[in-house]
Design a protein around this ligand. Structure first.
Ligand code: HEM
Length: 412
């Protein structure tokens, strides 16, 4: 809940928790505990010299997410305060799309995205997942070993999303590299942003010239009348929002399943369905850990903290999920004891159902093709990519009984 401050409250802060440090990827729970020790709203750095308020309490998070009068999603006032070479700019700078808009502009953009995704029928999405899983398993299956991150989850998303967005399979590596560097928010983020922007610009130029049966073409023809530039930035958002977090949701869920005999031994019997593992990820290592970024429109006293305008207020879905589960649900509505990994309020993820279908289908398919996946490294020894925004595995090596390609000639 927000109140207008009547006098100048001072927010005496502890040392900012450095979410850009390497240690954050190794031990996010420790960093979240340090933030939580400061109260519902903690003080952190997203990059050296880039401060942010971080909300770790579920109630306070909902108060940010649902109060569009106090909190804006438009970063432009903040952007004016950071150096041009800040490594987090690639992920946080304003673009004319749903994520960075408020009010009428937001509704217009969001409606077009919901409309075009609604046209993707579940059976169609399922078929695209099956095709992509089979293609990849045929590639690495004969070896009897693979890295499920670099050879399965990331290329899988590239195949599925390029397919939905009207690009050939062969473009997957370019998508993977550009977006991957951008998402880490480190030294290579500007390079990644340039590569990914070029990727999307080329795609829209091609679709503007010649329509296909794909999402960008449907956006170009949507009755809302988006300009090609506006379509470019909606695609920039959706292809990125879809690819990176979904690959991470899938990798994190697979690592939990493989690391826990209780899951793995019962996968085929359905006693602990795949959705349980996905739910566990959404609580414990949600992929978009710290990417609900808002800005107070004016200085405001918020859950005991004096929040300045034009300073990021980061809703930590990672911390909220973790602490919401530990807190007793007594006296609260059961729904209040859950994670907020899909966000809430006007900007909540518009394609949650499709994402869940995609991820569960991919896990079921993979484990049907390769029923004896065996992790080479224990879960505790797995390494995670750096970056303040995400929870993303570097690799997930496995062994399994080799299998020959089901349909020779289909390998590409
Ligand atoms: C098919 C895959 C996905 C697509 C296409 C997608 C697309 C989007 C888009 C377009 C938005 C912005 C909506 C708006 O501003 O009105 C959004 C928001 C969001 N998405 Fe997704 N998303 C996908 C998967 C995921 C996954 C796997 C997660 C994490 C579990 C996730 C979590 C979120 C969250 C938390 C927000 C709100 C962020 C905020 O409050 O600022 N999404 N998503």
């Amino acid at each position: 809940m927000t109140t207008q401050p009547t006098d100048r409250q001072s927010f005496t802060v502890s040392a900012p928790v450095r979410l850009w440090e390497e240690g954050f990827a190794r031990d996010p729970h420790g960093y979240y505990a340090a933030l939580r020790a400061q109260g519902p709203v903690g003080w952190a750095e997203l990059a050296p010299g880039v401060p942010a308020y971080v909300v770790t309490d579920r109630r306070a998070a909902l108060d940010v997410l649902r109060d569009a009068e106090t909190f804006s999603h438009d970063p432009r006032a903040w952007e004016a305060t950071v150096p041009d070479d800040s490594p987090v700019l690639a992920m946080m700078r304003w673009r004319p799309n749903a994520l960075f808009s408020d009010g009428g502009a937001h509704v217009r953009y969001r409606t077009t995205l919901i409309d075009v995704f609604d046209l993707v029928e579940p059976h169609d999405l399922r078929a695209r997942v099956h095709r992509a899983v089979r293609l990849l398993v045929n590639r690495f299956g004969p070896r009897g070993e693979a890295d499920l991150v670099t050879e399965f989850t990331r290329p899988l998303m590239a195949l599925i999303f390029n397919n939905l967005f009207g690009l050939p399979d062969s473009q997957g590596d370019r998508l993977n590299e550009g977006l991957g560097k951008m998402m880490e928010g480190g030294a290579q983020s500007a390079e990644g942003e340039a590569e990914y922007t070029e990727y999307v610009l080329r795609l829209i130029a091609a679709k503007a010239e010649r329509r296909g049966d794909d999402l960008p073409s449907r956006l170009l023809d949507h009755p809302a009348g988006l300009t090609p530039e506006e379509v470019t930035w909606q695609v920039f958002l959706t292809l990125g929002a879809g690819y990176e977090p979904t690959a991470n949701l899938l990798s994190n869920a697979l690592s939990r399943i493989l690391g826990n005999p209780a899951y793995y031994s019962t996968l085929t019997s359905g006693a602990r369905p795949v959705t349980d593992a996905v739910l566990e990820v959404l609580h414990h290592e949600t992929p978009l850990a710290n990417y609900g970024i808002y800005y107070a429109r004016r200085p405001v006293s918020f859950h005991g903290v004096w929040v300045r305008a034009a300073v990021p207020v980061v809703v930590s879905f990672g911390a909220v999920g973790l602490f919401a589960e530990r807190e007793p649900a007594e006296g609260r509505h059961p729904a209040d004891a859950s994670h907020l990994s899909w966000g809430a309020g006007p900007h909540a993820c518009p394609v949650r159902q499709q994402t869940l279908l995609l991820v569960t289908e991919a896990i079921e398919q993979l484990t049907q093709w390769l029923p004896d996946l065996d992790p080479v490294v224990s879960r505790e020894r797995l390494s995670w990519r750096p970056g303040p925004f995400h929870r993303s595995l570097t690799s997930l090596p496995v062994r399994f009984s080799p299998r020959s390609p089901d349909q020779p000639g289909e390998l590409s």
